[in-house]
Ligand binder design. Structure first.
Ligand code: UT7
Length: 331
């Protein structure tokens, strides 16, 4: 008897963005910048900010996961495992995924966080798919979520203009018809830490009055350096993924790119030979939500996706971490 290969199909998508908007006009009042510069250099027009006191990343994960459970008509108790990609956990520990499971009533799930910055969703997607492919788990939820406003210095015009808050999640289930996560190339290079990190609050430099005064609990980014690595990294790995699957741009229905900067997205699409109509772009509305960007694209485009569409998800970010994943849409 031959067994069909089991793949992990995405069977539902959920998302959440806070209602509060931070527009380019708002930022003009906060730092020395202007709408024209932000639009042309990044593509961002507004971002969403989770403002209310006491709300955290898990409070965006929960509505995103609830939505996908409702769409798929399952109870959170049916979830076997929840993985959250984030660099803005509710607390250093326990994991945001643990807290979210409690709030969801996902009593039968084991859960943990993955720290891979902007590649957080790609990493959790491949990890979750492997759990399904192993045959041991039937319903795995992977989530990308970040409350970037918690770690952004709104006096630093080089970083505050791009980032925003948001979360997205997908349900993975076994499939024997060849749909779902088909291939993935993931990379990391810790020597990139120098260009993009948070200086204090970890075990290397625990929080003190001095670290707070020196503004070391915010994102530190050397934008130009990251930009150069991102353009090359995201384009290279996306092209490599096409090549090793004997695909060309014509075979791809959608590029689902990390929304860090529209210029990085354009470079990746052009390298893959894709015209702009095939590129998901919502950076103008949400900015860069770090691990949230890819699932929020799927959330926004879900109705336009057709069964059998080939999608390439691609990201580059802190670590450095980067990668590209090929998904055949299942519904
Ligand atoms: O998602 C995680 C990974 N992160 C990324 O992929 C981000 C990659 N980097 C970027 O997207 C871009 O580097 C930024 C959007 C962060 C910055 O854009 P840039 O085109 O690289 O700007 P720059 O840092 O080279 O600065 C160019 C000029 C400078 O002025 P001078 O020295 O030429 O007079 C800056 O001071 O633009 C100035 N500038 C601004 N002007 C108005 C920097 N930020 C601003 C601003 N408004 N907000």
């Amino acid at each position: 008897m031959t067994h069909k290969k089991v793949t992990a199909a995405i069977t539902a998508v959920g998302g959440f963005v806070p209602e509060d908007k931070l527009t380019n006009a708002d930022l003009e009042k906060m730092v020395d910048t202007n709408d024209e510069w932000i639009r042309t250099r990044t593509g961002v027009e507004e971002r969403r900010i989770l403002r209310a006191d006491g709300l955290a990343t898990s409070d965006m994960v929960v509505p995103a996961v609830k939505e996908l459970c409702e769409k798929r008509r399952i109870s959170p108790e049916e979830i076997d495992c929840l993985i959250v990609g984030t660099v803005t956990p509710d607390m250093v520990f326990p994991a945001t995924a643990n807290i979210a499971c409690d709030k969801l009533g996902a009593k039968n799930a084991w859960s943990f966080d993955v720290s891979a910055a902007c590649s957080g969703f790609l990493y959790t997607l491949t990890l979750g798919a492997s759990l399904i492919e192993s045959g041991r788990y039937k319903k795995v939820v992977v989530c990308g979520a970040d409350k970037m406003s918690a770690i952004i210095d709104y006096g630093d015009r080089a970083t505050c203009i791009i980032f925003g808050d948001g979360a997205g999640a997908v349900l993975l289930e076994p499939n024997e018809e060849g749909f779902g996560v088909l291939d993935s190339i993931l990379r990391s290079d810790g020597s990139g830490c120098q260009y993009l990190h948070m200086k204090a609050g970890g075990s290397k430099k625990p929080a003190t009055i001095e670290t707070v005064m020196a503004k070391e609990h915010f994102v530190y980014q050397e934008g130009q350096a990251v930009f150069k690595f991102a353009v090359k990294g995201m384009a290279d790995v996306s092209a490599e993924l096409l090549e090793r699957n004997n695909l060309t741009g014509d075979d791809i229905a959608w590029l689902v790119p990390h929304q860090a900067n529209k210029r990085i997205i354009d470079a990746t699409a052009s390298r893959m030979g894709l015209n702009p109509e095939k590129v998901m772009l919502n950076i103008q509305r949400y900015g860069n939500t770090t691990a949230g960007t890819l699932p929020l694209c799927l959330w926004d485009w879900e109705k336009q996706l057709k069964k059998g569409d080939n999608l390439v998800l691609s990201a580059f970010g802190g670590g450095f971490t980067w990668g590209a994943t090929l998904v055949k849409w299942a519904y």
